[in-house]
Design a protein. Structure first.
Length: 345
């Protein structure tokens, strides 16, 4: 029988650790303890009294669920006891300084996709860890390449940790019998040739011409320019989409669109796009805004949004290629050039 190392034993290897790696591991383990607690609360759902609105709004104007508040408290409490100089949470306006002498900064979405909880659909915690720079706050405004680790916990049929560390992506499953995460997939690689896309197609009329053209080409299937039939998925939960892509490939798009507030997409750079991009790249996939590699982008504000295209490297390259056209993204999106009849309208 295969011996599956527990998270702690796995992180201890190799035995020679730099101080930064020791600190990074301490942060990951602290988050894992909080995630185990959170997964128990989520699994109990209405029995734990955590389904429903809290009455508050987060810095982005999203209505907070009770579970968002619970998740934020659990994760930030865990980080307080870890070597973390500052934490930026989706639920709080500005980074919070914890221990100014500690070597790491963390950006976290404590519970991504929480609106899906009532529908019993997978949701998750996304985190990004980076070494503290010369001053704490500017650390968050460095590009995504500054991250030394990232990951997400997925609370679904199984509770899973996808971890990007040491230039590799491993996957751990929570064993409910022992209450421990154990290694269940080592060195994940994203399949390069899966014809499957994920996009919220109800926004088609708001997309740029480039995105519409790409999706129309996919929908045209074997007779279209892409020469193959595509499958489509949309879960509406970033962690679940990222996990599916890690398991079987494909591409996810949450592009910029013409709606007010969506000109830079919907997803947040620091605690959604950066960590998911690190996971994708270290697993051999790619992540782009359509025009730039996500990991080379720096945030200008803590809750900055960014268009996100991620998944199989070839598909991300194809979407980037479509963005190379000089057409403006939106000004002419209602012009005849983009008025080609699509399958969604
Ligand atoms: P939150 O951070 O507000 O939970 O939003 C993120 C998210 O739920 C992603 O997980 C998902 O990809 C996206 O929003 C779905 O957005 P939409 O409802 O516009 O399709």
């Amino acid at each position: 029988m295969e011996i599956r190392p527990a998270l702690h034993a796995h992180l201890e290897w190799p035995t020679q650790h730099s101080p930064l790696r020791v600190a990074t591991v301490a942060v990951i383990e602290a988050l894992a303890v909080a995630a185990i607690e959170l997964s128990r609360i989520i699994a109990a759902g209405p029995l734990a009294g955590i389904v429903g609105e809290s009455g508050g709004v987060n810095p982005d104007g999203d209505r907070q669920k009770t579970i968002d508040i619970v998740a934020d408290r659990l994760m930030r409490d865990a980080l307080r006891a870890a070597p973390v100089a500052a934490v930026l949470s989706e639920e709080v306006e500005l980074p919070e300084t914890l221990d100014p002498d500690a070597p790491l900064c963390v950006a976290i979405d404590p519970l991504d996709g929480s609106a899906n909880l009532e529908n019993n659909i997978s949701i998750g915690t996304i985190f990004s860890i980076r070494p503290k720079g010369n001053d704490i706050i500017s650390t968050f405004f460095e590009p995504g390449t500054a991250q030394c680790a990232a990951g997400c916990f997925i609370y679904g049929p199984q509770t899973v940790l996808v971890l990007a560390l040491d230039q590799r992506v491993d996957c751990f499953t929570l064993d409910p019998r022992t209450g421990e995460f154990v290694l269940t997939a080592r060195d994940l690689r994203v399949a390069q040739d899966t014809p499957e896309f994920a996009i919220n197609a109800s926004n088609r009329r708001h997309w740029s011409g480039q995105v519409r053209n790409y999706i129309d080409e996919c929908l045209a299937g074997v007779n279209g320019e892409r020469g193959q039939d595509f499958n489509m998925r949309w879960i509406g939960s970033l962690v679940a989409e990222a996990y599916r892509i890690l398991m079987r490939g494909g591409v996810f798009l949450y592009p910029a669109d013409a709606r007010q507030g969506y000109r830079e997409g919907r997803l947040r750079l620091l605690y959604e796009a950066h960590p998911i991009a690190l996971i994708m790249e270290w697993a051999g996939g790619a992540a782009s805004s359509g025009r730039s590699r996500i990991l080379e982008l720096s945030a200008r504000t803590p809750h900055q949004r960014v268009p996100l295209i991620m998944g199989s490297a070839r598909a991300v390259r194809d979407v980037d290629a479509i963005h190379l056209t000089v057409e403006p993204l939106f000004e002419s999106s209602d012009a005849p050039l983009f008025a080609r009849r699509g399958l969604f309208r």
